[in-house]
Write a protein of this length. Structure first.
Length: 385
């Protein structure tokens, strides 16, 4: 079976979790199953004007030529919208090729993607264009937000018309997509994308954050909470891995408040990151927007390290049900402080959470994920014959 993967960015431009997942998917298939051939179509980071954001004719023609030459049995789309627009789908459907779409975030529900209004309330339904443009976060300006909404609506109508099946990583996102797209689909949780090391009991003296340094990730809330933690635990450290447009603001805050035990490490390789996870006490994921899942949580679990997350990560219910971490109300600095204090002062609780991780991770292996994925492909092909 031949599967054409279509994603905004290519394999050389791994800008986020989607690209890391696609890289691991292709590598896993090459090593373990020659019956499936994946080909990844994506682009380098390129600037696009608003006309190209609505319809990129040149790239659409490139994809059509790729379909004609590769002749895939299945097309599987991931993050598209710019520079890749979904207009190639009409050609694919004219050739009878089934299309699977993996929704990895809430963009095609709300183009602002945070799923928060300007009162910091979680959006439970999305129906009004005017409400979205004027009152959903983040806000730029009326012109930009209007064009963004129109672009999303145009692409959404094309996707809704042509896809055969959808996948999401979390039940909450699945419910939204099912309602908005009226298509068949299911929840297929993310697998572990980092090599596991459950045997090491190494533990340093630092709490860990890994992710983009942007306001919606809640890092400033984490640093403020940590500032109060150090009054009782002066030897503790906070290591922050990642880069982003908020880096300077975060560094200025730590300098102005004389926080000597907060370290900004920048981006790290996968090998370096494994060592950092392995020696951490626990991880914190303080997201302040509705995340579809939370891959860094699984990465922390891969090293037997528990987590504290806000209640906006898609994996929240799994964490609570399997008793492998702690959650708190997003943007609630005091609640985050209390959870951090719990793990630092209650070794019994921390050990209990860590001991539950191994059983939970047994459901997150790449082999199981791949088996579920190809079953979906096979069923689609059978129905399409």
């Amino acid at each position: 079976m031949k599967i054409l993967i279509i994603n905004n960015f290519n394999s050389k431009n791994r800008v986020g979790g989607v690209e890391h997942y696609l890289h691991e998917l292709i590598q896993y298939t090459k090593k373990n199953n020659s019956d499936y051939i994946f080909k990844w179509f994506g682009k380098d980071k390129i600037k696009t004007n608003w006309v190209e954001k609505f319809y990129h004719k040149t790239i659409t023609q490139e994809i059509i030529r790729e379909i004609q030459s590769f002749q895939p049995d299945i097309i599987h789309c991931f993050s598209i919208g710019a520079p890749i627009t979904p207009h190639f789908m009409e050609f694919a459907k004219s050739k009878g090729i089934p299309i699977v779409y993996s929704f990895r975030d809430y963009y095609y529900i709300c183009p602002k993607n945070y799923m928060l209004n300007d009162k910091n309330e979680v959006i439970h339904k999305h129906e009004s264009a005017l409400e979205c443009i004027l009152h959903h976060q983040p806000k730029r300006n009326i012109l930009f937000d209007t064009l963004l909404y129109l672009k999303q609506s145009h692409h959404k109508s094309i996707i809704k018309k042509h896809i055969d099946y959808f996948l999401t990583p979390s039940e909450n996102l699945t419910q939204f997509i099912s309602k908005h797209f009226q298509k068949e689909g299911k929840t297929l949780p993310n697998p572990i994308l980092i090599e596991q090391n459950q045997n090491s009991k190494t533990e340093g003296n630092y709490i860990l954050f890994v992710g983009r340094l942007v306001p919606e990730k809640g890092v400033l809330t984490l640093i403020k909470a940590f500032q109060n933690i150090t009054k009782q635990f002066p030897e503790e450290q906070l290591w922050i891995v990642g880069k982003g447009n908020q880096l300077e603001e975060l560094q200025n805050f730590t300098e102005n408040n004389k926080l000597q035990n907060v370290s900004f490490l920048g981006n790290k390789s996968r090998e370096e990151l494994q060592e950092i996870y392995n020696n951490s006490k626990f991880s914190v994921v303080p997201s302040e927007y509705l995340e579809a899942y939370g891959n860094v949580i699984l990465e922390s679990f891969a090293f037997g390290k528990t987590v504290i997350t806000s209640d906006l990560v898609g994996i929240k219910n799994e964490i609570e049900q399997n008793h492998v971490g702690l959650t708190y109300s997003f943007k609630n600095q005091k609640a985050l402080e209390e959870k951090m204090m719990e793990l630092l002062s209650n070794s019994g609780l921390k050990s209990e959470l860590e001991n539950n991780i191994l059983k939970y991770l047994a459901t997150k292996t790449f082999s199981k994920h791949f088996e579920d994925l190809v079953t979906i492909y096979e069923n689609l092909l059978t129905r399409n014959r």
